[in-house]
Ligand binder design. Structure first.
Ligand code: FAD
Length: 380
């Protein structure tokens, strides 16, 4: 066992940290307030290789391991979780799904653009009546011979307005239940595809979350991913890896809030001394540090499992469950340590507290992670 990061991993951490401080930090409060998508920053992240980190270089990616990806996700999320969710969706839901299960033609046509950030992707599973229970898909894809006819509504879609390509899950044969579900690559410009209004959210307000409507959208047969009926498995497998990215996002939010709270506690004085000299504050910092370090070990273990080719369903769920809990607890305490200043935008911790909450909800709520974990525990 070796807890040291390699030279390459340290360089990735440095690069992501520099980018976050130099490019994401300026304007992060304004983007949050105005719900502005970080268009310029996303473009730069694409140029630097953050949008297709794990993709094979032959498709334009960085050819890196999952550990590199979570290291970068942590650093970006310390500063701007709205930007990091864009990175997470593009890397682990869209690029990974396409590279692992797509045809060579699909990879040449779509993955090469998505991996470089020339195009942005979205992953469309959730519906008004199908959230945690993703098998209840109402969106239909009727087989018409050389194409499918797509009809229905997806909601809560990250990158909903800014994506170019959408991986859409839909029911083809209801009699077959989840074995009748398929996954498709849909282009934004196609007739019948409509982007609904942007959601006005509690947190990650710089990311654009939309409802999407599909009205008789013609999807060519060659845009189905995998065999007929593979869509549900595709979605579950893809989300299993996605959870590692969201766990790293939660870890970054927690670590970012902790860094700010520690620094603030060394400057702010009350009762004639810096507040870090009050044991109540020092103990909060100790708890935060221990919780973050424990969450980091779970996140890295899940990434390591994936890199080893081992099953990561459980370790990814454990990492997400714990890191998101730590993100909530840490950000609430970081606001507390800042006192009144914690309650205003200027000090960043209130935003991190709002951003933390989503990590307990998307890519499977904490309750769903517990279902995954308990099923794994009781399997044999
Ligand atoms: C900002 C944002 C971005 C998102 N991005 C995407 C995206 O890009 N793509 C996408 O497809 N989806 C996306 N989602 C959707 C997200 O994945 C769902 O909101 C989430 O899976 C929960 O589904 P739901 O909202 O329908 O809640 P519900 O499924 O209605 O759950 C409500 C509550 O009931 C609990 N619950 C449900 N079933 C059980 C059970 N069996 N046992 C115990 N408790 C249970 C849940 O844990 C939750 O607490 C996003 C959501 C948000 C808010």
């Amino acid at each position: 066992m070796d807890f040291n990061l390699s030279e390459e991993h340290l360089m990735i951490r440095e690069a992501a940290r520099d980018f976050a401080n130099n490019e994401l930090l300026p304007g992060v409060i304004e983007r949050d307030t105005n719900q502005t998508f970080p268009t310029e920053q996303v473009k730069k992240m694409g140029e630097l290789g953050f949008l297709g980190m794990m993709v094979d270089p032959k498709y334009g990616g960085g050819g890196m391991d999952t550990l590199s990806y979570v290291i970068a996700m942590e650093e970006l999320s310390k500063i701007d979780a709205s930007a990091s969710v864009i990175v997470s969706v593009n890397n682990s839901l869209v690029c990974w799904g396409l590279e692992t299960y797509g045809s060579e033609e699909q990879k040449q046509k779509y993955l090469t653009k998505l991996a470089t950030g020339e195009s942005i992707g979205a992953f469309c599973l959730s519906e008004p009546e199908a959230g945690s229970d993703a098998t209840s898909q109402r969106t239909t894809a009727v087989d018409k011979g050389d194409h499918y006819l797509l009809n229905g509504t997806k909601n809560w879609i990250t990158n909903g307005g800014s994506a170019d390509y959408y991986l859409v899950i839909a029911q083809t044969d209801r009699d077959k239940g989840h074995r009748g579900i398929n996954a498709f690559i849909v282009e934004k410009s196609w007739d019948g595809f409509e982007v609904g209004p942007k959601e006005d959210k509690l947190g990650i307000r710089g990311s654009d979350t939309h409802t999407l409507n599909f009205n008789d959208v013609k999807v060519p047969k060659e845009n189905r991913i995998g065999e007929d009926g593979f869509g549900f498995k595709f979605a579950m497998k893809t989300l299993s890896g996605g959870r590692i990215g969201i766990a790293a996002q939660a870890l970054g939010i927690a670590a970012g809030a902790y860094d700010l709270a520690r620094e603030y506690s060394k400057i702010r004085k009350a009762f004639g001394t810096e507040i870090c000299n009050h044991q109540a504050i020092a103990f909060k910092l100790a708890d935060m540090h221990v919780n973050i370090e424990a969450a980091r070990h779970l996140v890295m273990k899940a990434a390591w499992d994936k890199d080893q080719g081992a099953n990561y369903d459980m370790s990814g769920a454990m990492a997400k469950l714990q890191a998101s809990k730590v993100a909530m607890e840490t950000t609430v305490e970081a606001v507390q340590i800042h006192g009144g200043n914690g309650y205003v935008k200027e000090y960043h911790v209130e935003r991190l507290m709002r951003d933390a909450k989503i990590t307990q909800i998307y890519e499977g709520t904490s309750e769903i992670q517990k279902i995954v974990i308990s099923r794994g525990l009781l399997r044999d």
